[in-house]
Design a binder for this molecule. Structure first.
Ligand code: DC
Length: 221
């Protein structure tokens, strides 16, 4: 039995950071499922495949040449699409926005399912996203859902972008986060929602270390 910890939540909540730290503390594998949706969106946009061209989207999904290379010792994850490093390009708001639009398509989500489930390898997996606990790893023994108020999430997202040298203004980031919340939570297929058996943590007034401590306590218990 390979243990899985799912960490779901809306954009800007800090799932990626928490998942990264917890995976490294446990020495477990890491799945950043958002990166798969972002990479798919980038590949589709590079090839001018539109959201309504389901056949081409599905062909692209099954042939997607995507590779993750992690260097846990320096906390680095490099992502290659068609053998080209795209880690920074994937982090932009434009790619996120596009990913959120493609992520509404049910058949596409199904065709990306097995690719995500293959990350479940010994000694364990930490998987972050929107539907890790509700769909992709429904039997996971450990499930967490992170929340935070939208203003705080916009502030965190902006800081994350600025740390990567990407400029932005708070009002615009707030608007983008709100739009993405709306789309991710209200879509028909695998909408963003906590699994019934998930531990819900409101991180609005917690530091990253406090969130990590709560998540680690769940796994250790
Ligand atoms: O976590 P992220 O911001 O990198 O995700 C980008 C978009 O991908 C997000 O707005 C919705 C989509 N996504 C999804 O639908 N399901 C997931 N498990 C992960 C991401």
């Amino acid at each position: 039995m390979i243990p899985v910890l799912t960490i779901d939540g809306p954009s800007g909540v800090g799932k990626g950071t928490v998942a990264n730290i917890v995976a490294s503390q446990l020495s477990w594998n890491l799945l950043d499922s958002g990166a798969i949706y972002r990479a798919f969106a980038l590949a589709a946009s590079n090839r001018n495949v539109l959201v309504d061209n389901i056949d081409e989207l599905l062909t692209l999904a099954s042939n997607l040449d995507l590779r993750f290379e992690s260097e846990p010792s320096i906390n680095k994850l490099s992502i290659y699409l068609d053998n080209i490093e795209v880690s920074s390009e994937l982090r932009t708001e434009e790619t996120a926005e596009l990913a959120s639009k493609f992520a509404m398509i049910g058949p596409l989500r199904e065709s990306l399912l097995v690719r995500q489930q293959k990350f479940k390898q010994p000694p364990g997996l930490v998987a972050d996203g929107r539907d890790m606990g509700t769909v992709v790893f429904i039997d996971a023994p450990f499930k967490v859902f992170l929340t935070a108020n939208v203003e705080e999430r916009a502030r965190r997202r902006l800081k994350q972008l600025q740390d990567k040298g990407i400029a932005g203004i708070l009002s615009q980031t707030l608007e983008e986060v709100r739009n993405r919340d709306e789309r991710d939570a209200n879509r028909k297929h695998s909408p963003l929602k906590p699994s019934k058996d998930a531990l819900i943590i409101d991180t609005s007034y917690l530091t990253i270390n406090e969130v990590v401590t709560e998540v680690m306590a769940l796994v250790k218990a």
